[in-house]
Design a protein around this ligand. Structure first.
Ligand code: HEC
Length: 103
């Protein structure tokens, strides 16, 4: 019985760790949600959807905003303090989201 319990606990911890790994830290994207929507589908027509967009494309746009190669005031500010690793995490997060909003 003790063995079974230990196995369950181990399995739970492992899957929790995995789930954590796949999600960028929430504080990274919480501000993005204000404009780009909770699920990466923007409500405002002037803001692009990010859900299901190509990873490489997203990462390039974020780097370009950061370096001022793609000029945009808000996005420059938003990307300014993020590390390359964080940009990659964010791009990965949005690329995995479904393109269509949940019904
Ligand atoms: C104040 C609103 C606002 C916030 C906050 C914001 N964005 Fe944006 N974002 C925009 C707008 C507006 C554009 C369109 C820029 C343009 O017109 O070139 C954009 C463009 C983008 C693009 C390019 C999409 C494309 O299709 O080319 C990416 C990627 C992106 N944002 C990611 C993020 C991430 C990641 C965050 C959080 C760190 C974030 N944004 C926060 C408003 C915002």
């Amino acid at each position: 019985m003790r063995f079974v319990l230990a196995t369950i606990v181990l399995a739970l911890t492992a899957s929790f760790a995995l789930a954590q790994e796949r999600q960028p830290r929430r504080d990274l994207i919480i501000e993005c949600m204000a404009c780009h929507g909770d699920d990466g589908i923007a409500k405002d027509r002037e803001v692009p959807h990010l859900a299901g967009q190509n990873y490489d494309y997203l990462l390039k746009q974020l780097r370009d905003f950061q370096r001022g190669r793609r000029p945009h005031k808000e996005m420059r500010v938003m990307s300014r303090l993020l590390t390359d690793f964080e940009l990659a995490e964010i791009a990965d997060f949005y690329a995995r989201l479904p393109r269509e909003p949940k019904p």
